[in-house]
Design a protein around this ligand. Structure first.
Ligand code: NAD
Length: 487
């Protein structure tokens, strides 16, 4: 049994309690008898303090030379690397990510911090030939100010770091609200920034409800930009508010990602990667494969291989080293997946696999759902159109490459799609016509190199990109400077 921690907000370099008596319990989704933490429900006043401190800190931080900012980010990376195993286990316990993937996420966090430490010493402008003789014209990328970060629970290390690290590298300060169910990991990350000795107020953490803390961050006049990852409903509401304030915002939201399997594909490879993309971490990734669009002539063979691959992925509590699937985040998610299974069946679909709560003592106190595959639902059924965010894969059939691409494109989302084929012409057509930000060929829909741009098209994104050099576009603003000779 683990000890229940009472958490605090981290504001202006101090740990701030409260308010008294208003907290939620943070449970282990694999075993809800474990209460990991009491999460204080922050208020508008605490956000106000954090935004003011972030504004005060910005005055000095923006003038801190890039190489010094880099040094602190490298230090944070070293501290995180030291905490690898502890934080990996915490990710498994707090958000139910199978421990192998959870620890890999901490490793990725280290890489992200190091990458953006390096970016802090890279060019922040370019020289542009001036029309006037003797003049010097150049662009200068400058930080935006205090940035509000609102993050989800499913990548509790990687997502906050791939947002906050570039923001800090380019001279911004941070007011961060993590998902309530990832508050303990967020607290440990704030401790990493504290131990690395970032100046007071550069990183601020306010815990609590989205509707209170998140909303106060988006509305605060000192917050000059918003970086959000989460669901479409929340993201679109935040985007509208940020647009009303005319501040910069970026939204990375949901997906309904397809794996397209053509008749000439290596079916073993396709089945293995579709199973992995759909079921690892119980499908709780924005890039999870939630549809397989399969050439009709190989559909039976693919489905039988897919079934074997899914059955080989162990469903187990997240701290079990064998675990690949793990629990859902909460009871509402279990109910939601169950409802999509029922609606898929009502719309004419048939179950290939799963569809129920798993049986067994190890599942009794957790939010588990069996990996589930449904065949034969119409393409406009809710289960084929909406983000389920669970271990549920819909298999659809297509007669031609064009029909497969058109089916893959036929949702409001446009995050990640993979195509399985050996046909270079089909791949070329797909690269041109697929409507998504992350385009894969013979690969998993999930995962991205930490130094490559990441983001979606259509309803999945505000059309900005995160990570890599793309982060500089968002976290800086361009001044065009013309320096003329004095007459
Ligand atoms: P969510 O939208 O419920 O919550 C995201 C964050 O928004 C949380 O911190 C939450 O507290 C906050 N929030 C809620 N209401 C708010 C409000 N009114 N004002 C301000 N903030 C508010 O999403 P979630 O359940 O935490 O995460 C799952 C979703 O995130 C899925 O839709 C998934 O696809 C998406 N996601 C997208 C990406 C991506 O990069 N595209 C990555 C991971 C997750």
């Amino acid at each position: 049994m683990v000890e229940t921690k009472q958490l605090s907000h981290y504001v202006g370099g101090e740990w701030v309690a409260g308010p008294d008596g208003d907290w939620t319990d943070d449970l282990n989704p694999s075993d809800t008898s474990e209460v990991l933490a009491r999460v204080p429900q922050g208020t508008g006043e605490i956000v106000d303090r954090a935004a003011t401190d972030a504004g005060d800190a910005f005055v000095l931080w923006r003038r801190t030379p890039g190489p010094q900012r880099a040094e602190l980010l490298y230090r944070a990376a070293d501290i995180l690397a030291r905490l690898r195993d502890e934080l990996g286990e915490l990710v498994a316990r707090e958000v139910g990510k199978p421990i192998g993937e959870a620890t890999a996420e901490v490793d990725r966090g280290v890489v992200i911090l190091r990458y953006f430490a390096g970016e802090a010493v890279h060019p922040i402008g370019e020289v542009i030939p001036a029309q006037q003789e003797g003049s010097l014209q150049f662009t200068l990328r400058q930080p935006l100010g205090p940035v509000g970060f609102i993050t989800p629970w499913n990548f509790p290390v990687a997502i906050p770091l791939w947002k906050i690290a570039p923001a800090l590298a380019y001279g911004n300060t941070a007011v961060w609200k993590p998902a309530e169910t990832a508050s303990l990991i967020a607290t440990r990350l704030a401790e990493v920034f504290q131990e690395a000795e970032f100046p007071r107020g550069v990183v601020n953490l306010v815990l609590g409800r989205g509707s209170v803390v998140g909303d106060s961050i988006v509305s605060h006049p000192d917050v000059k930009a918003i970086s959000f990852t989460g669901s479409n409903a929340t993201g679109m509401a935040i985007g509208r508010k940020a647009a009303e304030r005319n501040i910069k915002y970026q939204l990375e939201m949901g997906g309904k990602n397809a794996a397209i399997v053509l008749a000439d594909a290596n079916l073993d490879q396709a089945a293995k990667l579709a199973a992995s993309g759909a079921m690892r971490y119980a499908g709780q990734k924005c890039t999870a494969t939630s549809r397989a669009v399969v050439a009709s002539e190989v559909a039976d063979s693919f489905v039988s291989k897919l079934r074997q691959e899914i059955e080989a992925l162990p469903l187990a509590p997240a701290t079990d080293p064998r675990s690949a699937v793990g629990p859902l985040i909460d009871q509402a998610a279990v109910n939601r997946v169950g409802q999509y299974v029922s609606s898929g069946q009502s719309s004419g679909g048939s179950l290939v696999l799963g569809g129920n709560l798993p049986r067994g003592e190890q599942f009794e106190r957790g939010y588990f759902f069996e990996p589930t595959v449904i065949l034969g639902v119409p393409h406009d059924a809710p289960v084929a159109q909406e983000e389920v965010f669970g271990p549920l894969l819909v298999v659809q059939q297509a007669q031609t490459v064009e029909e497969a691409i058109q089916l893959a494109n036929s949702t409001q989302f446009g995050l990640s799609v993979s195509l399985f084929t050996r046909d270079v012409n089909a791949a070329l057509e797909y690269i041109q016509d697929i409507e998504c930000g992350m385009v894969r060929i013979n690969g998993d829909t999930t995962g991205v190199d930490p130094h490559a741009p990441f983001g979606g098209m259509k309803g999945s994104s505000s059309h900005t990109r995160e990570q890599g050099t793309a982060a500089k576009e968002f976290f800086t603003e361009v001044k065009t400077v013309q320096l003329n000779p004095a007459s």
